[in-house]
Design a protein around this ligand. Structure first.
Ligand code: ADP
Ligand code: ASP
Ligand code: MG
Length: 410
């Protein structure tokens, strides 16, 4: 009998009917099922917290957010039992998932799955709460948004599972988000590095930390539909054939903001002052561009998530004067558009082609960054979908018969 770890995301367990659908899929094999909170529940809990406290403690946040997944494990186990199966639910802590103490984005330190093994031997289907664990000193922790993916991959590694399936509301990983790029196609196989770039560049079909974990421990996994039995996308280590595809996919990261500090004195230590202050406020910075110096001063621009704008404004107001810069501007309404593919390593001209496609459509590029396997540009958010569709078609990703992702649930 093979041991399978399956993860069902929020939409897949979003209603009692869907939980029953998932419960009906459990048959044969030794199965460990990881479930997320019902869709919208985690966001609602965050909203509730904000109504009672402006800055709730992260420990209490984790206590609160973990309840979302605790609801679904119990309901899923009940549904399986009601259909004549034999299931038992476990919280992250009960499943033996031990993390560090960094609340709201804890890292898994180790997993002791003794209890899961015992329950499986006893013929149970084991339902584990995704997204949560317990710190060494006994506090409930959570693993960052989308963290149920990480729970599933880590459990698959710890249990030595034969199969790890990430079941979701699309048929697999597509060449772009099928909700906004209608000619997107399902990818049969993708390398860890490509999946990692796509996830971190905005393709939220997989949590990027989960992909990182899978790469580190060599966990081969499949992203597939919760609602049909079509083969999905296999994510695994790079094979020689994979390099033949220059662009694997197009990713979009919305709700970005661009901040520019104008006429910064061109002296050692000034950039450090700015970014130390920003890091100290817990703000994540993405792209950073410093212009050529003229008249002993330079402009420094960076991007961040637009939710950070109020903090940025509070912080940079006084800092600009202190470092002798002239002014700063901070505005949202931009998005990052990226193309990803390991084939780029051995092909030139990819950036030029991307810029040409956007230029012909009159889409202005505000910033550019590249790595060995990706090119990202910042454009106006209201043109990013148009840009994504153009770039997707321009690189031939839509070439096979165009079709809508049939299983996309809106
Ligand atoms: P779950 O709740 O199952 O974890 P998510 O909402 O986190 O599901 O991820 C699935 C969603 O990811 C899809 O509905 C799709 O809109 C989006 N998505 C973004 N980029 C891609 C892509 N390249 N391929 C497939 N889905 C994508
Ligand atoms: N419920 C958590 C979230 O919404 C974890 C997950 O869905 O994977 O981020
Ligand atoms: Mg998800």
């Amino acid at each position: 009998m093979s041991l399978i770890v399956q993860k069902y995301g929020g939409t897949s367990v979003g209603t009692p009917e869907r939980i029953l659908l998932v419960a009906r899929r459990m048959a044969g094999d030794e199965i460990v099922v990881v479930v997320s909170a019902m869709s919208g529940v985690t966001d609602n809990l965050i909203g509730l917290a904000r109504q009672v406290a402006e800055h709730p403690s992260e420990r209490e946040m984790d206590m609160l957010l973990a309840t979302g997944e605790q609801t679904t494990i119990a309901l899923t186990a009940m549904a399986i039992n009601a259909l004549g199966g034999k299931a038992v639910s476990l919280t992250g802590a009960q499943a033996g998932i031990v993390t560090d103490g960094v609340h709201t984005k804890a890292k898994i330190a180790n997993i002791t799955p003794k209890r899961i093994h015992r329950l499986l031997e006893d013929g149970h289907i084991v339902i584990v709460a995704g997204f949560q664990g317990e710190s060494l000193d006994g506090h409930i922790t959570t693993l960052g948004r989308g963290g149920s993916d990480l729970t599933a991959i880590a459990l698959a590694a710890a249990l030595g599972a034969d199969l790890c399936q990430i079941c979701t509301d699309v048929d697999g990983v597509y060449t772009a988000d099928p909700r906004s790029v209608h000619k997107a196609r399902k990818i049969a196989e993708v390398s860890y590095d490509e999946m990692l770039e796509m996830s971190s560049l905005g393709s939220k079909v997989m949590q990027s930390r989960a992909v990182e974990f899978a790469k580190k421990f060599g966990v081969i996994f499949e992203v597939r539909s919760s609602f049909n039995d079509e083969p999905g996308t296999i994510v695994k280590a790079e094979t020689s054939g994979m390099e033949k595809v220059v662009i694997r996919g197009v990713s979009v990261d919305r709700r970005q903001a661009k901040v520019t500090v104008n006429r910064v004195p061109d002296r050692p230590g000034v950039a450090s002052r700015i970014f130390t202050a920003i890091a100290g406020a817990g703000i994540n910075v993405d792209m950073i561009v410093q212009n050529v110096s003229a008249d002993g001063s330079t402009d420094i621009s960076f991007t961040t998530h637009s939710d950070e704008l109020p903090k940025i404004n509070r912080l940079l107001g006084p800092l600009v004067g202190e470092i002798g810069a002239q002014s700063f501007s901070a505005q949202g309404g931009i998005a990052k558009l990226s193309v990803v593919g390991i084939g780029m390593r051995s092909h030139s001209g990819v950036a030029a082609k991307m810029f040409e496609l956007l230029g012909e459509a009159g889409i202005n590029i505000q910033m550019i960054t590249t790595s060995e396997i990706k090119i990202s540009v910042i454009v106006d958010e209201d043109r990013v979908d148009e840009g994504a569709n153009l770039v997707h078609s321009g690189f031939g990703l839509a070439e096979e018969a165009p079709r809508l992702a049939k299983s996309v649930v809106s």
